[in-house]
Design a protein around this ligand. Structure first.
Ligand code: SF4
Ligand code: SF4
Length: 482
């Protein structure tokens, strides 16, 4: 980048003003996207519908809340659908818009913009210009050292808020603020809060964009999801001229390849002003072609739009596809078969998720027989004992009871009456079933008789009802004296 420093033409301010009239930079658009993403992340944990959160994975209460519906941990069959949605969504977005997530919504990018451009540059003046991210401040100066300490302290406060916000998706705010008032009893929570905040500080202040380049696994898989129609920040070598050896956009061959700088063709439009290079947060030169380090922030597009706009020309770096810019084979095809396939599968998974979610059981019942197979009373009455575990997965309390469906000779002896279970609570019940009738007559062995238990909420028998299969063991004939 240093060798190409010859500036061929200087931007003329008035001409630029005229040409760029009404132009809104990607930076401003990105800032709006950041504001929306931040507001959603901060507000979402506080929204409840009928007492349930929009999204909450509570290990504490062993609950998953999704769109205001609470699911018990035993109902986590929804989790694979959520993970499928997440991965398919990432694949679809990457195929269409490259690393759009990285540049427009990733917390790492948002944090870096707040810290580097907001706190260090605009607020404290530690860095001179947002447009030059390559120039590091002179840290030998005492005033810069002081500014750095202030910047880190300010960011630490924001990192604590970000860490708390992250935790609210696992420990809801109504519990979180109660727990932190009693830190000695919630050391794990406090430890996690401080640990996450410390990581955010170290990451944003010291690791910086190296996180995106060396740690984040997404950058490693992105290139295999790209095709000729994927849009990305892309330099037009046909107009701008080849700055480096090789075409620069043979995607799969050239990622991360070291390239030699060429002598710039004097007829080429690129002014070699390097604005697109100095503004890049990951310190790459977009004129080399697609590189793993590019986070699609489009700062280089804004930079070149300003430079070329001053000359009354369109930007040499555009948010477009190889097909349009490099191969010049016409417009980008957004609705191509691959994208339609992603959308179809996404819709199918989404429909399945809603279908499964709407068939949610409002109560759960586990039926277990006790270790004693049966008890025979003197009058020949046979008794079987069970442990029933009821779980009220609904958001309000209900009164429950049950019946034996397919055998009217088996009676419920215990419990005698319906019982109440609070919202989200469990109750264990010892259940005793008896029969006076001779249900079997086998001289050699005990006979397991299949029975169906129907448990229900007495106040909403239509909706809250479950059936469970179990057995009633009837003893060998010679054991039962009538
Ligand atoms: S090359 Fe740099 S400035 Fe341009 S989009 Fe990629 S990361 Fe952003
Ligand atoms: S591509 Fe645009 S911003 Fe980059 S050096 Fe050339 S003229 Fe300057």
């Amino acid at each position: 980048m240093d060798a190409a420093a010859t500036v061929k033409a200087k931007p003329k301010k008035n001409m630029a003003k005229e040409y760029l009239k009404g132009w809104v930079s990607y930076r401003i658009k990105r800032y709006w996207a950041y504001v929306i993403a931040t507001v959603i992340a901060l507000v979402m944990p506080w929204i409840t519908i009928g007492g349930n959160h929009l999204f909450l994975l509570s290990f504490d209460h062993k609950k998953l809340h999704l769109a205001g519906v609470a699911f018990d941990m035993q109902e986590l069959y929804l989790m694979p659908f959520l993970l499928m949605l997440l991965f398919l969504g990432i694949f679809a977005v990457t195929a269409v818009g490259g690393r759009a997530w990285c540049g427009w919504a990733c917390p790492q990018t948002i944090f870096r913009v707040i810290y580097r451009d907001g706190i260090e540059t605009k607020l404290l003046g530690l860095r001179k210009r947002i447009k030059n991210k390559q120039k590091e401040p002179d840290m030998s100066k005492p005033e810069n050292q002081l500014k750095k300490v202030i910047a880190i302290l300010l960011w630490t406060v924001l990192a604590l808020i970000a860490a708390a916000d992250f935790m609210w998706f696992f420990v809801p705010p109504e519990d979180f603020f109660v727990y932190i008032q009693n830190p000695s009893e919630h050391m794990i929570l406090i430890g996690m809060l401080l640990g996450i905040a410390a990581f955010i500080v170290i990451d944003v202040v010291f690791i910086k964009e190296d996180f995106c380049i060396y740690i984040c696994p997404y950058s490693r898989v992105q290139s295999v999801l790209y095709d000729d129609d994927t849009i990305m920040a892309i330099y037009d070598p046909h107009r701008g001229g080849e700055i480096y050896e090789g075409h620069g956009y043979e995607r799969h061959k050239t990622i991360n390849k070291q390239k030699e700088l060429l002598a710039v063709d004097p007829s080429a439009e690129c002014t070699t002003c390097e604005s697109c290079v100095t503004v890049c947060p990951t310190h790459i030169d977009i004129r080399k072609g697609l590189q793993l380090e590019c986070i699609n922030c489009l700062e280089c597009v804004d930079a070149c739009t300003t430079v070329m706009g001053a000359l009354g020309k369109p930007s040499l770096v555009r948010w477009s596809s190889e097909k349009e810019v490099i191969e010049q084979k016409g417009k980008t095809n957004y609705l191509r078969p691959k994208v339609i396939a992603y959308i179809t599968v996404l819709v199918l998974v989404l429909v399945s998720l809603f279908a499964m979610g709407s068939t949610k059981e409002h109560m759960l019942l586990n039926v277990n027989k006790t270790t004693r197979l049966y008890k025979i009373h003197n009058d020949g009455v046979v008794e079987n004992d069970y442990i029933f575990l009821f779980t009220n997965t609904d958001s309000k309390a209900h009164t429950y009871f049950f019946e034996v469906l397919d055998n009217d000779k088996i009676k419920i002896v215990r419990p005698k009456e319906a019982f109440k279970i609070g919202a989200g609570k469990k109750k264990k019940k010892v259940v005793v079933l008896q029969t006076e009738a001779q249900l079997a007559n086998d001289a050699r062995k005990d006979v397991p008789i299949p029975v169906t238990i129907r448990a229900y909420a007495t106040d909403d028998k239509e909706k809250i009802v479950v059936d469970r299969k179990t057995v009633f063991v009837y003893p060998r004939a010679d054991l039962v004296k009538k």
